[in-house]
Design a protein around this ligand. Structure first.
Ligand SMILES: [Zn+2]
Length: 180
C-alpha cells in the first residue's frame, strides 16, 4: 500500500487538462492501486489523477461507505455522452480544504470510458454515483466544484483560505523559531 500526496487548491496542477491514457501496462495498474489506497485513506469517495499530480485521464471512485463492501471502479479516458435531469447536492473535495457547498449537477449520466485493460466501458449512473463521477471528470479538465458555485461564495471561500494559509505559515515560522 502506497499513499500519495493529495494536492490542495490553489496548486496549478489542479487546473491542468489531463491527457488521454494510451499505455495500459503494469505501471498504470500500480498507479491506480495507489490512487485507490489514497482515496480510502483520506477518506474520500473519488480521486482523480490531477489530485495526486498526474495529468492523465484516470479516476477511481467508490460510493459505498461500508468498509466491508468496498469495490472501487477505475475509469480511464471518460466522456460524458448523456446528461439528464438536475439535482442540487452537497459537495466537498479532498483538494479543497475545509469547505462544502451545494452544487447543481445532472441527475443521471452515461459515461463512455476505458477500463484498466483498455477495454471499452460504459457506465450509467444516477444520483450520488453520478455526482461523484461528474465531480471527478471535472477534475480531469482542471475544473473544481468551487468553480460551480456563486462568485460571491467563491470569493468568500478564497478570502477564508488566504487567512487559513497565512495562519498556518505563521505557526510554522513560530515553531521553526522555537526550534532554532
Ligand atoms: Zn475533488
Amino acid at each position: 500500500m502506497a499513499l500519495l500526496t493529495i494536492l490542495k487548491f490553489p496548486h496549478p496542477i489542479l487546473r491542468a487538462k489531463a491527457e488521454p491514457v494510451t499505455d495500459f501496462g503494469p505501471e498504470l495498474a500500480g498507479l491506480v492501486a495507489d490512487m485507490a489506497d489514497t482515496m480510502y485513506d483520506a477518506p474520500g469517495v473519488g480521486l482523480a489523477a490531477n489530485q495526486i499530480g498526474v495529468t492523465r485521464q484516470i479516476l477511481v471512485y467508490d460510493p459505498e461507505p461500508d468498509k466491508e463492501k468496498r469495490a472501487y471502479q477505475v475509469v480511464i479516458n471518460p466522456k460524458i455522452v448523456v446528461a439528464e435531469g438536475e439535482e442540487v447536492g452537497e459537495e466537498g473535495c479532498l483538494s479543497v480544504r475545509e469547505y462544502c457547498s451545494e452544487v447543481k449537477r445532472a441527475w443521471k449520466i452515461v459515461v463512455e470510458a476505458q477500463d484498466l485493460a483498455g477495454q471499452p466501458l460504459v457506465i450509467e449512473a444516477e444520483d450520488f454515483p453520478a455526482r461523484i463521477l461528474q465531480h471527478e471528470i471535472d477534475h480531469l479538465s482542471g475544473v473544481l466544484f468551487i468553480d460551480r458555485i456563486s462568485a460571491l461564495k467563491r470569493a468568500l471561500y478564497k478570502k477564508r483560505l488566504k487567512k487559513m494559509l497565512l495562519a498556518e505559515k505563521e505557526e510554522q515560522e513560530e515553531t521553526q523559531g522555537a526550534n532554532g
